[in-house]
Write a protein that binds this ligand. Structure first.
Ligand code: ADP
Ligand code: MG
Length: 375
């Protein structure tokens, strides 16, 4: 294995976990945060803090790296294209572009006959009004670009709905997608990894529970019929193949009242619902990302033990700098605590996660719920 330097765009916890695995495997990692300071810098070999439009930062980044990847999809498209002219970047620029724009993403899914929720693209109050009359019932409006963890989203239930003019004020000057609200029976996600030679592997689907549009728990194996789990993996693999993707992609699914799987969105990077792979799978999603970007064979995705991942949000913190008492977690057999080293806790900010492995998924879940109830 040569000593390659991997360049990472983005400065969040996914980059931090990637850096941890890169250190273990002997790679150098240069992280360009774009201005963010969120803990990743303590693990990367080099950190560049310049804004993503800073030419000096770009030159320094390109000078140091052999291959580039992203840990956050909302990196300016122009920057990704500029980098792609100079260095290999995985996933390729076009695949990132599709995943970072909800309009391109939905059109891609439609073109490949992959079921999604009905939607309309709108750019004005009048178009929003038209979309609302075409899509009957409750809808969710989302900015086409730059949203995450439910940011940039507005639910418009059929009852007590503001006027389209009023609602559009949230999106003024932007392009938005209006999605029919799915009456969910559940949500799952599948992490797929595709290598440079086209080899594809996928992980067991995770069953995801969200609170306020933010992932709360991931339960693996998902408690769904085997046929649904198989189908989700097939769809997710198809997405990776059609995107000619290299690296880890997270494919999120809604399950509606008829048990039908609808693709919600794709994340062109390791995914929050794949964090359990660090503790419960033979190869973590972060190791797979490294293997894919440097061109190594992919690893086994086998689940060693049933597991539940619980996201730790800033709301648990006693104050911005004071952590809660972790004793209930640390005294639980099978639990592992991951903290991201972020400077200050904020409401709804992801500060860390806990994974709890057990002999059965029921036991892992009951241990997790017991931990949660002590906070
Ligand atoms: P983000 O980029 O913030 O993850 P998502 O589109 O995945 O955005 O939305 C976050 C969560 O909000 C989803 O996982 C789901 O729980 C809920 N949600 C979003 N869109 C819909 C929808 N059309 N119908 C039902 N629930 C939705
Ligand atoms: Mg999502």
């Amino acid at each position: 294995m040569d000593e390659k330097t991997i360049g990472v765009l983005g400065g969040g916890q996914l980059g931090r976990m990637l850096a941890l695995e890169a250190r273990r495997m002997g790679y150098r990692l240069v992280q360009w945060t774009g201005g963010d300071q969120s803990g990743a810098e303590r693990l990367a070999d080099e950190v560049i803090y310049g804004a993503f439009d800073d030419e000096t930062a770009l030159a320094s980044f390109l000078d140091q790296v052999d291959v580039v990847t992203v840990e956050f999809e909302n990196i300016p498209k122009e920057l990704i294209e500029t980098i792609a002219n100079d260095k290999p970047i995985f996933p390729r620029a076009e695949a990132i572009a599709v995943c970072q724009d909800r309009e391109l993403e939905k059109n891609f899914l439609k073109a490949h006959e992959i079921p999604t929720t009905p939607f309309r693209i709108v750019e004005s109050a009048a178009e929003l009004d038209q979309a609302l009359s075409e899509l009957s019932g409750d809808v969710i409006v989302k900015t086409a670009r730059d949203g995450y963890d439910g940011k940039g989203q507005l639910a418009l239930p059929i009852e007590n709905r503001p006027s389209s003019e009023e609602a559009w004020k949230h999106f003024e000057g932007r392009r938005a997608i209006v999605e029919k609200k799915v009456d969910l029976t559940g949500e799952i996600s599948v992490m797929v990894v595709r290598g440079q030679d086209g080899e594809v592997v996928s992980y067991d689907p995770a069953e995801n529970e969200h609170r306020n549009h933010i992932l709360h728990l991931s339960i693996v194996p998902a408690r769904l019929p085997e046929s649904a789990l198989q189908e989700a993996q097939e769809i997710a693999r198809k997405v990776a193949e059609k995107l000619e993707y290299v690296g880890v992609i997270g494919v999120e699914f809604f399950i509606n009242q008829d048990g039908q799987l609808l693709v919600n969105e794709m994340a062109p990077r390791p995914h929050n619902s794949g964090h359990h792979t660090l503790d419960a799978c033979l190869t973590s999603q972060f190791e797979q990302q490294l293997r894919a970007v440097v061109g190594l064979p992919l690893g086994s995705t086998e689940l060693m033990k049933p597991v539940v991942m619980w996201n730790l949000l800033g709301d648990l913190w006693k104050s911005a700098n004071e952590q809660p008492d972790w004793s209930p977690v640390l005294s639980t057999a099978g639990a592992r605590l991951h903290l991201y080293g972020k400077q200050s806790a904020k409401s709804q900010r992801k500060m860390g996660h806990v994974t709890i492995c057990a002999d059965s998924v029921e036991e892992a879940l009951s241990k997790t719920l017991r931990c949660i109830s002590s906070y």
